[in-house]
Design a protein around this ligand. Sequence first.
Ligand SMILES: Cc1ncc(COP(=O)(O)O)c(C=O)c1O
Length: 403
Amino acid sequence: MLAAMSDSINGLLPDSLAIHADRAANETDAVVPPIWQTSTFWADSDESFLEKATTPGCDHFYTRTGNPNQTQAAMVVAALEGAEAAVVAGSGMGAITSTILAFAGAGDHVVAQQNLYAGTTSFLSGLATKLGIETTFVDQRDPARIEAAIRPSTRLIVLESPSNPLLRITDLQAVSGIARSRGIVTVADNTFATPVNQRPIEFGIDLVMHSATKYLGGHSDLIAGAVAGTRAYVDRVARVMSETGAILGPFEAWLLLRGMRSLPVRMERHNRNGLAVAQFLTGRAEVAAVHYPGLDEHPQRELAGEQMSGFGGMVSAEFRGGLAAAARFVNSVRLARRAPSLGGVETLVTHPAAMWAKTLEPAQMAEMGIVPGLVRMSIGLEDARDIVADFEQALELVAAAGE
Ligand SMILES: Cc1ncc(COP(=O)(O)O)c(C=O)c1O
C-alpha cells in the first residue's frame, strides 16, 4: 500500500519512471505485474503472522491494509510527484477526505480555496463541520487572503491548482511559505495539472492529492485516488484510509498502474489539444470568456508559466447567452459527449451549474464563480481538428438561435 522510491530507479527521468518506478515491487518474472486479486495472505507461522500484522504498509497481510498492486501504483505516483512515498485510495474523495481527517479534528480550523472541486467544498462545509472541523473559504488568487484567514487553530490549508472548473491558479510557493513558518500542513489537489505539468512538492507543498479517476488513470474506466508526500505524512493518511476503508481494490490499482504508463505521452497531446481548443474559443463571438492557463489572456498566465510546464486539457468557457446558450452548446455537440468526469482519452463537456445544482447552494456557486453560462470541457486525445469542427458546428447553432 505504501511505497518509497527504490534505489534501482534512481536517476531515471519522469517519462521512464512512469514505466519502471514500480519494478522493485514486482517479485514475479511477468513483465506486466499480475493482479493480486486476493483479500488476504497466509502466514506459515505465528511469528510471521505477527510480523506482517504489525508492519505498517505490509502488502502481504490483508488487502484493506496493503496489497502489491496498491504498492506498485503508489510507487509510480510517488516517483512522478517527486515524493518520498504515496498511497492510493478508492477515489479522489477518499484521498481528500482521508487527508483532511488525518490532519484536522474537532476544534481544528482549515483554510480552503473558494474555487475548489465541489465535492471537496461540500465535504468541508458539511460532514467536516459535523465532526467539529471549521473551514474558511478564501479567494486563493491572493495568498495574503489565505494568510489573513489563518487562526491559531489552523491545521491544514487545502489548495487546488488549476482549480475546477475555473482554472484559477494558486501561488504554491507563496502559500507553502506562509504555512511552513506556522507549522500548518498544505495539501494541493493536482488532478487538473498532473505531475507531468506540475509538481507541487517542488514548491514546498507537503501533500499532493489526485482524483486518479482522471488523467492518472486516463481512460475513464476506474475510480481511484492518490496522496503523495513524506513517508510520515503519507503513513498518517494511509492509516485513516485503512480505518475508514477508503482503499483501492487490486484490479483498480492494476488499471491505474497501466494507465499511468502512458501518462507523459497522453499529457503531451492533452496540452496541445487544450491550447488549440482554448485559442479557437477565444475568437468566437458566442463566448464571453475562456478560462485556460496557457492563454496569453489568462490573468494568471505568468504565475501558471512559473509553476507549470504545460497547461493540460481542461478548458472552460462562459457563454455570452448565459444558461440558454450553454445548454444549447452542450446539447449540440456530436463528437464530444455530455458526461461528468474528465481526463480521459475522449472529449467530454459538462454544464457545472446544472451538475452541482443539487450539491451546492446557489449562493455557494455564485461565490465560487460558477455562472449559469459556464461550460467545462475535458479535451481528449482526438485529432484537435475534429474537436474544433465539432465545437464550431455547435457554436453555429448557438449563434443561429440568437443566443
Ligand atoms: C479536481 C478534483 N478533485 C477531486 C475529485 C474527486 O475525485 P473522485 O470522483 O475520483 O472521487 C474530482 C472529481 O471530479 C476532481 O475533479
